[in-house]
Design a binder for this molecule. Sequence first.
Ligand SMILES: NC(=O)c1ccc[n+]([C@@H]2O[C@H](COP(=O)([O-])OP(=O)(O)OC[C@H]3O[C@@H](n4cnc5c(N)ncnc54)[C@H](OP(=O)(O)O)[C@@H]3O)[C@@H](O)[C@H]2O)c1
Length: 411
Amino acid sequence: MGLFQPSIPPLPPGIDLAGQTVVVTGATSGIGLAVAKRIVKLHASNVIFAVRDTVKGEALKASFLADPEIRSANPKGTIQVMQLNMETYESVKTFTSEFMRRFGELHVLLLNAGGMSHQREMVSSGHEKAIQVNYLSNVMLLLELLPLLESTADKAGKPSRVTWTGSRSYRQTSLNKNPPSVSKGILNHLDHAESIPLFTRYADSKLLGLLFLRELANRYGHDKVIINSFCPNTVDTGMATSMPFYLRIPAAAIMKVKGRSPDEATSIVLNAAFVAGEETHGNLLEDCTVVPLSMFVQSDEGAKVQSQLWNETSPHSRRIFSGNPSGSRLASSALRACVAVATLVLNHGSAPVLASVFSEPFQVFSAKKFPGVIESTPLSKCFALQGIKIPIRKDGVKGRGGGGDGDGEYD
Ligand SMILES: NC(=O)c1ccc[n+]([C@@H]2O[C@H](COP(=O)([O-])OP(=O)(O)OC[C@H]3O[C@@H](n4cnc5c(N)ncnc54)[C@H](OP(=O)(O)O)[C@@H]3O)[C@@H](O)[C@H]2O)c1
């Protein structure tokens, strides 16, 4: 890696975000703060700072409102501060529910919040912190907000956008050496491995995001929502502050010498989120260009890890969706993606899901309550032929495996 970074090509003129609602996670510092400021200046109608520290968020909002340059650039735009702690699913769910209650539209979701963790640190979700913050919570945010992004695209007549901040450091992943077996599980391995080298936990978490987006793009087209990722290379931000003390000074020195300023990095973010086209769906841009992915990601072994990660992530998501009424509002394409992704989340700490199936979206009615009223679907006929009964799960039913509703109702 050289000491100097290539210059960033200028953005095309005329980017105007009037009428758009944009969420920036981690808008309190570094790249997120700089990009939030630039988006306000580009006339966005609503900019939402999704932050874990709302006091800090409100102070930044006040400083934006007091800045004559920002106010004159966008006198009508609003800035909202909303709480989002990526360490917990509860916070993600509270954020998305509250967001959907308050806003009827979402044009752009910038999944920027993230950080390094250098030693294994478990969080309340039962996952390792880097995996939860940099990967799992981003998956949940994306999937929960996908229906709103889709309906916004329908109204706007053009795709909405999700841009997830990745990192080239995914190339340093530990998973290329000895990928865990299907029975051990990737998430389980990363949650519990003690001896992952310094920086590799971060690299692993960024690889998961990239593999997830690649697999999602295989299943979910770009006609309603373009979902991509980018790496801004080295940017002089507060990232080094989370490093062990003996690395902070050298890391800060490298950032000062080599790093781009957060303001410079905003052009890379805006390029990915507003300029890059559908060809970047499911891809990582390094600076402003899609470059070949690592040999590992392109290898058969990498493809197996990608597919295994998807199969682990989707049940996990399904468990979380199952308790969430918004799940019933999922658009059909999103539903198919979510059902697949849901398989991922459930695999945490229990027997892995061995298979998953997909069908066209269908409505489920209780045969007990509506006997003979609803015609069988091809899928239900297929299940009936094989003697498979589908327990009907009611929203809000708690407990692992989820289950039936106790009435013994079956489709
Ligand atoms: N700087 C680089 O060289 C570089 C290179 C490649 C990729 N990136 C990526 O760029 C993104 C932004 O990082 P940065 O360089 O701007 O670093 P930063 O200045 O440390 O900003 C990180 C932001 O994420 C927020 N955040 C961290 N953990 C969170 C949590 N649990 N819940 C909610 N918000 C949380 C922080 O909030 P607080 O203010 O509350 O701490 C902060 O706003 C990250 O995803 C990072 O991985 C950075």
